[in-house]
Design a binder for this molecule. Structure first.
Ligand SMILES: *Cc1c(COP(=O)(O)O)cnc(C)c1O
Length: 363
């Protein structure tokens, strides 16, 4: 350790100032032992479609892994395109939708320029701006999680032009979803492209894919991590008009999706029957969890995602998080400066939610 310490202390002077200056994105806790009830990072609690294991096993045969994967993941693109009613050149695949978000920020926002996000939302957007040496304009949601027209203001508060806006819809941590008509309205007012991050889109009643058809400045991103139960595989994609995709392709790594991920994601998206029944199970448990948290005295806003955001009208929630953690139940405790704290609880299996609620009752 000490042999390397001289290098470690000066490393911050070797890297770009924008990198040295930031803490970096802190992902949720991922304990690597199995005996936790994990309700903190919005993973799907069920196994993915059995078609996934079969496809991965086929992709492992013979010499397939010796070759580079398809740079554009064409097989997946065709299936996703058919699902969304567009042509394959409207789809851009990535190593998780975080990879897509990185590509988007790097493509639209240069050093010193401005990105706008709604707040509180997915903090990675801010980190991506910081990594780019860019600035992040955070526009607050109203207390009811709607967005006023200020989100679409042409300039930042400092009078600078805007290069990109990002909206998680459904949003995290709230689980709330702006209606597509409102998103279209904001997109039309904005002076720059709007990314609609639909990582939780499959759990919602509406989505914004149609807007992409009518406005080349709207880009929708999707993830296979949550609704297809493939967080361990890393696959996401964007839906955008073909001339936009053509630009974005230049920014991505040549082989940003590996062969096993492409095989898994293609099998998963092909099994829409699995998606439908999984969604039905999650939505039923979500309704039960929401009702139980409300009777336990929490404020819970109606969620269109696979988690619920619980605040307490009179008490801090961190002690609840700590007490649950001591009993090996992990939820996400979030404290947004200027907004307040809350618990974001992932919709697990019925058994997991029962254990969580039973533990909560003892506190
Ligand atoms: C989980 C999440 C993502 C990242 O999804 P991956 O495909 O696993 O990279 C993106 N956006 C939001 C809002 C998320 O919650």
């Amino acid at each position: 350790m000490s042999r390397h310490s001289a290098t470690a202390t000066s490393a911050h002077r070797l890297v770009r100032a924008a990198l040295a200056a930031i803490a970096g994105y802190a992902p949720g806790e991922q304990p690597q032992s199995g005996d936790w009830i994990k309700l903190n990072t919005n993973e799907n609690p069920y196994a993915p479609s059995p078609a996934v294991a079969a496809a991965v096993s086929t992709a492992l045969q013979g010499r397939s892994l010796a070759k580079y994967p398809d740079p554009l993941a064409s097989r997946f693109r065709e299936r996703a395109a058919a699902l969304h009613g567009v042509d394959p050149d409207w789809i851009l695949c990535g190593n998780g939708s975080d990879d897509i978000l990185t590509i988007l920020v790097r493509s639209f926002v240069a050093e010193g320029e401005w990105l706008r996000m709604a707040y509180p939302s997915y903090i990675l957007y801010r980190t991506l701006a910081q990594l780019q040496g860019a600035h992040c304009d955070e526009h607050h949601f109203r207390p009811d999680w709607s967005l006023d027209d200020g989100f679409a203001a042409p300039l930042t508060a400092s009078g600078d032009p805007l290069r990109l806006a990002i909206l998680a819809n459904p949003n995290s941590p709230s689980g709330t979803c702006l209606p597509p008509q409102r998103v279209a309205d904001l997109a039309a007012r904005l002076p720059c492209p709007l990314v609609v991050d639909e990582a939780y889109g499959d759990f919602a009643a509406t989505n914004c894919i149609d807007l992409v058809r009518h406005d080349e400045r709207v880009i929708v991103t999707r993830s296979l991590s949550k609704s297809y139960a493939l967080a361990g595989i890393r696959f996401g994609y964007a839906v955008a008009q073909p001339p936009v995709v053509e630009q974005l392709v230049k920014m991505k790594d040549s082989y940003n999706c590996d062969a096993l991920a492409i095989a898994a994601a293609t099998a998963a998206i092909d099994d829409q029957t699995w998606l439908e029944s999984n969604r039905a199970a999650i939505l039923a448990t979500r309704a039960r969890l929401t009702a139980a948290m409300r009777s336990a005295g929490f404020r819970v806003v109606d969620s269109e995602a696979n988690f619920v955001w619980c605040t307490h009208p009179s008490r801090p929630v961190r002690p609840v998080y700590e007490a649950l953690k001591a009993r090996r139940i992990l939820v996400r405790c979030m404290d947004y400066p200027g907004w307040g704290d809350g618990l974001r609880v992932t919709v697990g299996t019925d058994a997991e939610i029962d254990a969580f609620l039973a533990c909560l009752r003892t506190l």
